[in-house]
Structures are given as structure tokens and as C-alpha cells.
Design a protein around this ligand. Structure first.
Ligand code: NAG
Ligand code: NAG
Ligand code: NAG
Ligand code: NAG
Ligand code: NAG
Ligand code: NAG
Ligand code: NAG
Ligand code: NAG
Ligand code: NAG
Length: 731
């Protein structure tokens, strides 16, 4: 039996998982170590591209393979570049995808791999095996683990008209050629200069190097990159300074309209709160720039159009490593606050206060005070105090903390709510509502690919209704909601899923957009936060003798304002009977069906329960409750009768059970039922005229004593005996 139950539970579990995951893709032909590295979704066509070890895939939005190409292994040596002399020893090397970027302006897919010093290719978005152009320029990291972040945003020569590819790369010390690869650069997307540094002058250009003395000991790990309002940003983890052995997170920023990277600035970012250890959640692991729902936006002092950074952080596993532990936190920053913090740092230095910092780039010195009157948030740098490392951090407290390592973050808005989906190192997807700048709660956790870390590249489909969740060997298309599994208003709102609400006119849990007339009345689509369910709180009377009819008084809570005729429907034993309902302020009145149309009470039972619902002319049930029809006449013994859940009384003389003593028990001795309200002299089975079998085992007919109906009364009432003049009606 246990075995069966467990098996059933397993099936149900599997069913819930597969409900959320509508499609998945994995490549059975790929080598065991051929992991997926990057994923990108074309926001116009919805196509999905995957960069893997030695493979690039082009998939439909339903994850069907349209094209797959082999990119490795290739014979390679870190000690030479593309034109390796024949005498160099080359070994087959895996080509690990390090960057996968869509250039919408030219409809090209940019793919960069770890081999041949990290070069990039462009391909036709419609068919990635067409129009392939490989550019012999080292751009990305040339090993499997060193970080690379690449994205396209406005840049020189003529932003915002012209776009460049911003690239952040961890230095790999494995080759003399790596000194040519900047740690941060803007690269041209013009055909004749493809992937070259966008602008260079004698000593400056759109690039920054970690200085040659430091770069071996000062690795910078690039985590995420984005552009917002005239600037491009990278989130990084790095040492707290040259000579330090502890790590923290920093935001790196350059101005789009800056051919010299004079605007290059770094400031610390913190996500600190309770349980954050010595340094808080110091290592940023994944991030996403999106928008806030109206509630969060107003708390952050911004509008729904402004950018918001959602970032997942972990604590260092031990104090002097940048290996993340399982303790993580989610922090939310408005870009407005980040811009202001950059400006404050820049102002401080330009007023001559503190030192310029960043001596891992070039030796630091004291900030030079300038006569610059006003440095605005859009300040794009000058050839003094550059590059600049500010000390004042951009700060936030976690909105939520987890005993799981978050590895991916994406956010969206539904209604007024801000929803974050976060991938974990265990292959789960967490669903989180950010309710304010300091609080969020997790309302769901889906197993996507147990025990395989979720990749940072977490994307919505074009409709924002699914997420592509990539783990090491699998891409899953996951529904953002599954409202329809909730079958009642209470479970629907109880799920606290901001996508779901109770569509009261259609009696279903659904997206707002799937609920007819949702806009007409807030009670037509009830969301979890605003809402209490429309419920019948009281029916008077709440049960009825089947042989009678009454007007019922239904109190209904959260009763939407509705026009038109309403009906009460009584559904029981495969029969539905409809009666007219009259609207009143807090509910409806309706009569019970004609007694001759009600189904009979099933043999051997004393009642049936009907579903009593209120409905519109066409619509389904609006709200429902149970309503019981009972029949006292079905009880043949006093004990049963007066112990019943129903308001039944026993007429001793009449030897019958009845709901209406006034009508059926006139001048009779009465034992009132336990379910009767109010005081009574004789209530309950204790007052029934009970009779015991004779001790000799004969089966004689016995009648109540004190009543001259027979002449043979071997046993008698073991209770008080009543005479007719004592009869009292129940009150
Ligand atoms: C892409 O091009 C290749 C080679 O021309 C062709 O075999 C393949 O069918 C094309 N794929 C798609 C999805 O058009
Ligand atoms: C790598 O080089 C070996 C011999 O040097 C050759 O046999 C092999 O085909 C080459 N592999 C590739 C992928 O070019
Ligand atoms: C890649 O380079 C980084 C940075 O130099 C180094 O820490 C790491 O060990 C290298 N990984 C491999 C697989 O060579
Ligand atoms: C320099 O910065 C410190 C700390 O931020 C502050 O206390 C001090 O007033 C500043 N001095 C000037 C001249 O701005
Ligand atoms: C509804 O029924 C109750 C009790 O039967 C009665 O007092 C009330 O007047 C009725 N209201 C309407 C609007 O019919
Ligand atoms: C219900 O109401 C309709 C219209 O208001 C009326 O025609 C019909 O006779 C009523 N039915 C009953 C059973 O009262
Ligand atoms: C109505 O009755 C059904 C079955 O008898 C029960 O499962 C359900 O909880 C009841 N509903 C209410 C609102 O009491
Ligand atoms: C009747 O029977 C019950 C148990 O069967 C016993 O407890 C009770 O004493 C009996 N009453 C009389 C009056 O014999
Ligand atoms: C009692 O009833 C029996 C039959 O059940 C009858 O023969 C007898 O006469 C009756 N006695 C009296 C006193 O009525």
C-alpha cells in the first residue's frame, strides 16, 4: 500500500514539473563534456541560439533544431595566433563559446569562442551557417573558465546612431598575445573594422588594460553588462584593492560618447543585510536590468519607465576567495540611484578630495581639484582624474535571502507587480515577487533540471509568457504561470502568484488577459494582494426539510456590482434545478425548488447535499456553497432521530420523527433533537423511551410503558415516564 502511494506521489510530482516545462532541448549526439555556455533569444523572431562547447545551435522558439554547426575542436596553441608557423606544436582544443550576441542592426549573430586567442565570427541570423565571417582579432577570453561579458550598445563615433560591442574580459596569463586584449573595450561593428577597438588615438582609445605588473595578481571577473541612459556598465567581482586578499563587487562604467574612455569609473556595490557575514553578500553572481512594477517604482522614487537593476549576490565561501557559497541574496537598485552615486564619487574627486584610485590600471595619485562648476549625472569624463575609482558604494539591502546559490536572474512586470525569476545552482527556478525596495517573497520553486546549475542567460520568449532556462546540457521552455491548476478562488489567491487571479464570472483561476470583462470591475478578476474571494458567507436557513420550500437569504462577501437576472442553481444527484434570485445589497434571496422536483433522498440515507450556486443568465457558477436537504421522516427510531445533525424531534406517541412538531406532533410527548436550538426539557437520546431485550432472549414485542397500547410489558422505560399533560412544545 505504501509502495503504491509513493508511486502515485511520484507520478503527480513529475506531472507538476512537466506542466511547467512545455518543451526542452538537449543534444544526445554532443560529447559528454560538451556543455552549453550561452543562450540568446531573438526578440523579433523569437528564435533561440545556443553557444556550446564546439557547437552553435539555431532553434525555433519551440526549441526545434533548425541548424547546428560544429565549431571545434580545432588544432590550437595559446603561444601563437592565427597564422601559426607550422613548426609550432598544436593540439586539438575545445572551442568553448564565450560570447553570443545578436546585432539587430545588421541581423547578424556574433559568436566568439575560446580558441585562436578568442576570436569572433558573424553569421546570418536566419541561418547561422550562412554568411559566416571569421575575424582574426582576439576579443574574448581564450580559456574555458575565464569570464567574458559582451553586449551591444551605443558608442563612438556617433552615439546613439552608431553602436559598438562592449566587451569585458578576464586576463588569462597563458600567452604573450594576451597583453593585447584589453580588460574592457568597445569594438567596432562596422564591416571594414569589425571587432577592432572602436576608436584609438596615440595613448587613449575605447579600451582599458589592467597594467602589466598587476594583471597576473589582479583578476577581474565580469558578471553582467548592460547599457542605460548614455552609459554602459559592467558588474564585476574583484579584489578590494591591490594587495588585498578579499573580494567585493564593483560597477564599472563608461560614457557612450567618449572616444578616449576618460569617463572610465568604478565604484563598489554592496548588498548587505542580516546574515550577510563580515562582508555581506559580497559577490555578484548574476543580474538583469529591467523595469519595476508601479508599487516598487514608487518606492524607489522612479517611474515604470526607468531602469532597475536586479542582482543576485553570494557570500564568499571563505573570506579570501571569490568562490561563491550557497548563501545568497537578491538586491534591487534603481539606475537613478546608481547614476547619482557615480556622480557623487566623481564630484568628490573633481573637488580634489581623496585619491583617483584604480592603481591596478595605472598608478593612483591624489585627485586633482578642478574649477568645474557643475558635474551633472551625464558628465562624460575629462582627461584629468581618469580612470577613476570611487570609494562611496552604491548600496542596497537584500529584498530576500536564500540558502541556495542563485545563478541567474530575470525580472518582469505583471500588473502592478515586479516578478523576479531566479535560477539556482541546483537546477531550480524560483519565482519571487518584489513587493518593495526591501522586501520580496518566494511564491514558487520549479525543478527544471535537478542538480544542474542554471546558466546566467535566462530569457523570456517574445510574448513574455515563457522562460528559456538553460542548464549544463539542457534548455527548457518554462511557463511563467500555471494558473489553471488552481480550481477554487481560495487556492488561486492562496498561491500568491501575481500572474494569477480569480476570474469570478468564469469561475476560473487565470491570467487577467484570459478573463472576460476583467476591466469592468475589480471583483471580476481578483488578484492575490487586493483580493478576497467572493464567497457565500451565510445561507439562512442553511438546510431544509426536503418536503418543504423556503426563501433562502444568501449573504455574499465581495459581491461585484452586476446587472441582469441572477439565478440560484441547486445541483444534486445529477439534477440541476434553477430558481429566480433577487438581488439585495449583500447577496441574494432565492427560493428552494418545488419539492416535487427535488430528487428523493437515497435509500438508507437521511439527506443529500446540493451545490447551491448563484449564476448569471449564461455564465457558469459565480459563487457556490453546500446546501443540505434532509428528511426527518427517514428516521425510524427515537435515538437516531434526536441524535441527528438535523433539527428533528421525536413524537413519542406518534412514534415518528418530524421536522415540524407543531404540524405533526400536536398533543404528543416530545423528545427534542440535539440539533435543535434553544432550551428544551427533554433533549437528546437520553430521553428516548429505550427498552432492553429480555434476559431470557425471547423476542417479544415491546412498547413504551405508561401508554396503554399493549398488555405485555416485560421491560419498561428506563427513563422518566410522561403523561400527555406534560407535553411541551420545544421553544
Ligand atoms: C541553412 O543552410 C544550410 C546550408 O545552406 C541548409 O542545409 C539548411 O537547411 C538551412 N537551414 C535553414 C533552417 O534554413
Ligand atoms: C589537427 O592536426 C592533426 C595533425 O597535426 C590532423 O590530423 C587533424 O586533422 C587536425 N585536426 C583539425 C580539426 O584540423
Ligand atoms: C583560465 O584563466 C584563468 C585566469 O587566468 C585561470 O584562473 C584559470 O585557471 C584558467 N582556466 C583554465 C581551464 O585554464
Ligand atoms: C572629503 O571627503 C570627506 C569624506 O567624504 C569629507 O568628510 C570631507 O569634507 C571632504 N572634503 C572636501 C574638501 O570636500
Ligand atoms: C430576503 O429574505 C429575507 C428572509 O427570508 C427577508 O427578510 C428579506 O426581506 C428578503 N429580501 C428581499 C430583498 O427579498
Ligand atoms: C423568474 O423571473 C422571470 C422574469 O423575471 C419570470 O418570468 C419567471 O416567471 C420567474 N420564475 C419563477 C419560478 O418565479
Ligand atoms: C461541500 O461538500 C463537499 C462534499 O460533501 C465538501 O468537499 C466541500 O468542502 C463542501 N464545501 C463547503 C464550502 O462546505
Ligand atoms: C439496558 O441495557 C443496557 C446495555 O445493554 C444496560 O446498561 C442497562 O442497564 C439496561 N437497562 C435496564 C433497565 O435493564
Ligand atoms: C394480553 O394479550 C394477549 C395476546 O397478546 C391476550 O391473549 C390477553 O388476553 C391480553 N391480556 C389482557 C389483560 O388484555
Amino acid at each position: 500500500m505504501w509502495r503504491l502511494l509513493l508511486a502515485l506521489a511520484a507520478v503527480i510530482n513529475a506531472a507538476t514539473t512537466s506542466h511547467d516545462v512545455v518543451r526542452s532541448f538537449s543534444d544526445p549526439q554532443a560529447a559528454p563534456m560538451s556543455l552549453f555556455n550561452h543562450l540568446v533569444v531573438d526578440r523579433i523572431t523569437g528564435r533561440v541560439y545556443i553557444g556550446a562547447v564546439n557547437r552553435i545551435y539555431q532553434l525555433s522558439s519551440d526549441l526545434e533544431v533548425a541548424q547546428s554547426i560544429v565549431t571545434g575542436p580545432v588544432n590550437d596553441s595559446a603561444l601563437c595566433t592565427f597564422d601559426c608557423p607550422p613548426n609550432f606544436v598544436k593540439k586539438p582544443a575545445d572551442n568553448v563559446n564565450k560570447a553570443l550576441v545578436i546585432d539587430y542592426a545588421t541581423s547578424r549573430l556574433i559568436t566568439c569562442g575560446s580558441v585562436l586567442q578568442g576570436l569572433c565570427s558573424v553569421r546570418n541570423l536566419n541561418n547561422i551557417s550562412h554568411d559566416v565571417r571569421e575575424v582574426r582579432e582576439p576579443v574574448v577570453a581564450n580559456n574555458a573558465s575565464a569570464s567574458t561579458v559582451a553586449f551591444i550598445a551605443p558608442g563612438p563615433p556617433n552615439p546613439p546612431m552608431t553602436q559598438v560591442m562592449y566587451v569585458g574580459v578576464t586576463f588569462t596569463g597563458n600567452s604573450p598575445y594576451r597583453s593585447e586584449v584589453p580588460t574592457v573595450s568597445s569594438r567596432s561593428l562596422e564591416d571594414d573594422r569589425l571587432f577592432m577597438i572602436a576608436r584609438t588615438a596615440v595613448t587613449t582609445g575605447t579600451r582599458v588594460f589592467v597594467n602589466s605588473l598587476m594583471r597576473e595578481q589582479y583578476p577581474i571577473n565580469y558578471v553582467y553588462g548592460f547599457s542605460s541612459e548614455g552609459f554602459s556598465y559592467f558588474l564585476t567581482t574583484q579584489l578590494r584593492g591591490v594587495g588585498s586578499d578579499t573580494y567585493y563587487s564593483k560597477v564599472v562604467r563608461v560614457c557612450h560618447d567618449d572616444e578616449n574612455y576618460y569617463s572610465y569609473t568604478e565604484i563598489p556595490m554592496s548588498c548587505t543585510g542580516e546574515g550577510g557575514g563580515n562582508f555581506g553578500y559580497n559577490l555578484v553572481q548574476a543580474a538583469f536590468v529591467g523595469k519595476a512594477g508601479s508599487m516598487l517604482a514608487s518606492e524607489l522614487g522612479i517611474t515604470a519607465q526607468h531602469d532597475v537593476l536586479f542582482a543576485a549576490f553570494s557570500q564568499s565561501e571563505s573570506i579570501n576567495t571569490n568562490t561563491p557559497s550557497d548563501y545568497s541574496a537578491l538586491c534591487v537598485y534603481s539606475l537613478k540611484a546608481i547614476r547619482r552615486k557615480f556622480m557623487q564619487n566623481i564630484k568628490t574627486c573633481f573637488s580634489g578630495n581623496g585619491s583617483r584610485g584604480l592603481d591596478f590600471i595605472s598608478p593612483s595619485h591624489a585627485c586633482i581639484g578642478t574649477k568645474l562648476q557643475s558635474i551633472s549625472e551625464d558628465f562624460c569624463g575629462l582627461d584629468v582624474n581618469t580612470p577613476l575609482g570611487g570609494k562611496q558604494p552604491v548600496e542596497a539591502v537584500p529584498v530576500a535571502i536564500f540558502k541556495r546559490r542563485l545563478t541567474a536572474v530575470v525580472a518582469t512586470v505583471t500588473g502592478d507587480y515586479t516578478v523576479v525569476f531566479a535560477g539556482t545552482a541546483e537546477g531550480h527556478l524560483k519565482k519571487i515577487v518584489v513587493e518593495s525596495a526591501t522586501s520580496a517573497f518566494e511564491y514558487g520553486d520549479i525543478v527544471v533540471d535537478e542538480r544542474s546549475p542554471v546558466n546566467k542567460d535566462l530569457f523570456f520568449d517574445t510574448q513574455l509568457m515563457h522562460l528559456y532556462v538553460m542548464t549544463e546540457r539542457k534548455v527548457s521552455k518554462v511557463k511563467v504561470q500555471e494558473c489553471s491548476v488552481y480550481k477554487s478562488c481560495l487556492t488561486c489567491l492562496g498561491a500568491k502568484d501575481p500572474y494569477c487571479g480569480w476570474c469570478s464570472l468564469e469561475n476560473k483561476c487565470s491570467l487577467r488577459s484570459d478573463c472576460q470583462d476583467a476591466a469592468k470591475d475589480p471583483l471580476y478578476w481578483i488578484s492575490y494582494r487586493s483580493g478576497r474571494c467572493t464567497t457565500i458567507t451565510q445561507v439562512t436557513p442553511n438546510q431544509l426539510q426536503r418536503t418543504t420550500a423556503r426563501t433562502l437569504d444568501l449573504h455574499i462577501e465581495n459581491w461585484p456590482t452586476l446587472n441582469g437576472q441572477f439565478f440560484c442553481a441547486f445541483t444534486a444527484l445529477d439534477r440541476t434545478l434553477i430558481t429566480n434570485a433577487t438581488m439585495k445589497p449583500y447577496g441574494v434571496n432565492c427560493t428552494t425548488p418545488r419539492t416535487d422536483s427535488l430528487p428523493p433522498i437515497p435509500a438508507g440515507q437521511h439527506h443529500f447535499t446540493a451545490k447551491l450556486s448563484v449564476r448569471t443568465t449564461q455564465g457558469p457558477d459565480f459563487v457556490a456553497t453546500n446546501f443540505t436537504f434532509f428528511d426527518c421522516n427517514t428516521y425510524s427510531s427515537c435515538t437516531q432521530c434526536v441524535s441527528s445533525f438535523f433539527p428533528c424531534d421525536w413524537c413519542v406517541d406518534g412514534h415518528r420523527c418530524t421536522h415540524d412538531t407543531a404540524e405533526n406532533c400536536r398533543n404528543d410527548i416530545l423528545v427534542t433533537g440535539v440539533s435543535r436550538m434553544g432550551p428544551s426539557y427533554r433533549s437528546g437520546p437520553g430521553f428516548c423511551p429505550t427498552i432492553n431485550s429480555t434476559s431470557d432472549g425471547t423476542n417479544e414485542i415491546l412498547v413504551p410503558s405508561g401508554v396503554k397500547k399493549g398488555n405485555k410489558s416485560k421491560s419498561s422505560y428506563n427513563r422518566p415516564i410522561y403523561s400527555p399533560n406534560e407535553v411541551r412544545m420545544p421553544v
